[in-house]
Design a protein around this ligand. Structure first.
Ligand code: SAH
Length: 342
């Protein structure tokens, strides 16, 4: 590594900043000021007006503030804003801002590209470019807040990438954004979605029992899941359900299963019955997602009547279920498609 390469200061915790400022010969309390400024979304050290200019200069010699640049921006009539954010090394990811009754939410990416290979997903079509750091994920939130001028009080890690294929940096992000001296986001307002990496689920139950967990299930059995999700070959269906169940028992929290309903693939009455058989009686919630059709992928969105029938069957077995509301349909491009165009 060349010694003159600057590092992204958004990756640093407040404790880490204390070491840096004391190492630069300044007082420890400056770290709290700097950490607070970073969480406000400042883009330049000179905006930290209560920090002495000498310290600001020293910081900017070794560090940069890694808030990405919004290269493409699509705004929907319903308030949804979808962005292609580019980092200084040229890597680009997508983030989406959404307005709900309960507040504003952002869906962020944890990796540029993905290596999980789900057959219906656009993000994985070119494989994994690289994982993001925790500071870069924080940068997505700050960039979106700067751009929209709106508070963001819910974060879902459900954009491009597999969070548990980048566990340590996702954990770093959660700790950074939760720190009350900084952004101060409640853990309960964070959701992580995984394609079903069991080691990650077990670790997450230990590390972050208050953060919401969603599992992309998308099939009622192993055979069907393997056909659309290669990760199922490594983590078997029954084992995944067992890990999910243990998660609910350990944390006392409900788990969400995502189920993208695909025409003629997983939308039959039999599929709904089989899924109900697995889930009835435990602390779950099923989120039915009308498939976003992706250019270059053969899968089609299930018909509305089939989605409704699926929901009714789950409900008849007492399984909690919702159909995901579609936001931003007038700017619609399934997650991952903006980057492929950009
Ligand atoms: N890797 C994580 C998070 C990113 S994907 C995961 O798999 O959960 C977020 C959600 O969108 C997942 O449930 C994913 O399966 C789903 N998804 C991917 N492509 C989709 C598409 N074309 N239509 C609908 N949902 C899709």
């Amino acid at each position: 590594m060349p010694t003159n390469t600057k590092e992204n200061i958004l990756n640093i915790s407040q404790a880490g900043l204390e070491d840096i400022v004391t190492g630069l010969g300044d007082k420890k309390f400056r770290a709290k000021q700097i950490f607070g400024w970073l969480a406000k979304g400042v883009t330049d050290f000179d905006m930290m007006t209560n920090v002495p200019a000498t310290l600001r200069d020293k910081l900017s010699e070794g560090w940069y503030i890694g808030i990405p640049y919004a290269e493409l921006e699509q705004r929907s009539k319903d308030g949804t804003v979808k962005c292609l954010f580019r980092f200084t090394d040229g890597t680009a990811v997508e983030s989406v801002f959404m307005k709900y009754d309960y507040g504003n939410s952002i869906c962020i990416s944890s990796q540029a590209g993905c290596r999980m290979g789900c057959k219906f997903c656009a993000s994985t079509m070119d494989g994994l470019e690289r994982s993001l750091t925790g500071g870069e994920m924080l940068g997505e939130v700050l960039a979106m807040r700067n751009l929209t001028g709106e508070d963001i009080n819910h974060v879902v890690i459900m954009g491009m990438g597999e969070p548990f294929d980048n566990y340590d940096e996702v954990a770093r992000f959660i700790r950074l954004i939760h720190d009350p001296s900084g952004y101060g986001l409640s853990l309960r307002n964070i959701t992580v979605s995984t394609c079903g990496i069991i080691d990650g689920i077990d670790r997450f139950a230990e590390d972050f029992p208050q953060v919401n967990l969603a599992i992309s299930l998308h099939a009622p059995n192993q055979k069907m899941r393997e056909q659309t999700m290669p990760v199922a070959r490594k983590y078997e269906y029954g084992d995944l359900l067992k890990a999910a169940r243990e998660y609910t028992e350990k944390t006392g929290r409900r788990i969400t299963f995502e189920y993208a309903v695909i025409d003629g693939v997983n939308d039959s009455k039999e599929c709904a019955e089989e899924l109900s058989g697995h889930l009835k009686g435990w602390l779950t919630h099923v989120n039915l997602i009308p498939l976003n059709e992706v250019d270059g992928r053969e899968y089609k969105k299930a018909r509305g009547t089939n989605v409704k029938r699926f929901k009714d069957i789950l409900e008849s077995h007492g399984v909690a279920v919702t159909i995901r509301r579609t936001l931003g349909s007038d700017i619609d491009a399934a997650c991952g498609q903006l980057r492929r165009r950009g």
